[in-house]
Ligand binder design. Structure first.
Ligand code: PMP
Length: 399
């Protein structure tokens, strides 16, 4: 029997390849094979125990009814303090709580972009940016985060080249997934000057902001901390990374006051509110001891140094030091040349034959060809084992 056609907008959606790699890895494990998981972007640290207790206590007290769409006032107040700690002059009506960072990203684009407007996004980059831009009716324009002899750099000329009278917004992601590039204070100020001059919204994905290794406090500079920029900056942030709470699906925006009511309307249209017991867990994480975050950052810093050194000793692999987040975006072009493999085949054979799961760079755009992303947010012995297996794979593929 004939059924209705699917909506054409479904063709606009990208997916995150990491989930497909994770599924393939799980299938291998079910067949009895051992896999080292370096594909998904999630720390192996547990949820902070005070956050778990607060969530469980709230659930037992049946704190499980609809609540304020913008988020619990106590949580929003804690996030005001968090923002101020990062130098952002936020007040209560700059904070919107959402069910994870991803919906906040979509809301930001729906709020900022009209059909036909152009939006600058980083490439290589998080695949959900082009998806979210297209779903909002926008047109994606790319600027690169590219590899130089001094490491990953933003291509400022590309931004200048791509600007047009139709440009409405620029998406910034610092620290950056997948390269680990982290904007300096001068960088965010420069973005601010461009945005002000061309009257753009800045959509700044700062989900990895607590994990910047070049800063003593681990905090990367925020776009909204640049004087005057909060009024045109929508920060995407959440509990997944620095608080190790990926499955809680709790996020937030630090947003211009002028967009607050509209963004809350988008929450009302989608989820009504984030679950209150989940928000209680988030409140405990954000307002309680930050020792866990400090320990996570210290551990990630050590793992980064160890893993990247290991990668650079594998024949045919080079890896620039990521200055933030927890990904090594390894350059495997030399290895591909000697083995005659392409990126996807290399990634798939590395998983199937050696049990190491990573994401092909092409998941982050065509310029990711020749790269593979490994998360180093896992225990050092597993990272060491992955390096040993990579050495074995490099040897086998090259012959
Ligand atoms: N932005 C970036 C750059 C990410 O890497 C991720 C998670 N992979 C997200 C946003 C989504 O975070 P959340 O789990 O809060 O939806």
């Amino acid at each position: 029997m004939k059924t209705p056609d699917k909506a054409s907008r479904l063709n606009l959606l990208a997916i995150e390849g990491a989930f497909a790699v994770a599924a393939a890895a799980r299938a291998l494990e079910l067949s009895g094979r051992e896999v080292i998981h370096l594909e998904l972007g999630q720390p192996d640290f547990p949820t902070p125990s005070h956050a778990t207790s607060a969530g469980v206590t709230a659930l037992q007290a049946d704190d499980a009814k609809y609540t304020a769409p913008a988020g619990l006032p106590e949580l929003r107040q804690a996030l005001v303090q968090y923002a101020r700690g990062r130098g952002i002059p936020a007040e209560l009506d700059n904070i919107v709580v959402t069910s994870a960072a991803k919906p906040m990203l979509q809301y930001a684009l729906l709020a900022a972009v009209n059909p036909g407007d152009e939006v600058l996004i980083p490439t290589t980059g998080f695949p959900i940016y082009p998806s979210a831009v297209r779903l909002a009716g926008g047109i994606e324009k790319h600027y690169s985060i590219h590899l130089t002899p001094d490491g990953w750099r933003l291509d400022w000329d590309a931004i200048e080249r791509q600007l047009s009278p139709r440009t409405r917004a620029i998406v910034l992601n610092s620290p950056h997934n997948p390269t680990g590039w982290t904007a300096t204070r001068e960088d965010v100020e420069r973005i601010g000057r461009i945005a002000t001059q061309h009257n753009l919204w800045v959509i700044s994905d700062e989900i990895y902001s607590g994990l910047a290794y070049d800063y003593a406090d681990g905090q990367s500079p925020s776009a909204a901390a640049v004087p005057g920029l909060l009024d045109r900056t929508i920060i995407i942030d959440g509990f997944s990374k620095r608080w190790s709470m990926t499955g809680w699906r709790l996020g937030f925006g630090i947003v211009p006051k002028a967009l607050f009511t509209d963004l809350v309307a988008l929450v009302i249209n989608n989820t009504s509110c984030a679950p209150p017991f989940i928000q209680r867990g988030g409140l405990a994480a954000a307002s309680g001891s930050q020792d866990v975050v400090h320990r996570l950052r210290k551990s990630l810093h050590e793992r980064r140094d160890r893993f990247v050194a290991g990668l650079n000793a594998v024949p045919g692999i080079r890896c620039a030091m990521p200055s933030g987040a927890f990904y090594a975006f390894a350059d495997i072009r030399e290895l591909l040349k000697t083995s005659g493999l392409d990126t996807i085949t290399f990634q798939s054979r590395l998983l199937q034959e050696f049990g190491v799961a990573g994401c092909p760079g092409t998941d982050f755009g065509p310029s990711g060809e020749g790269f593979i992303r490994f998360s180093f947010a896992t225990a050092a012995p597993k990272l060491d084992r992955a390096i040993a297996l990579l050495n074995a794979a490099a040897k086998q593929f090259a012959t």
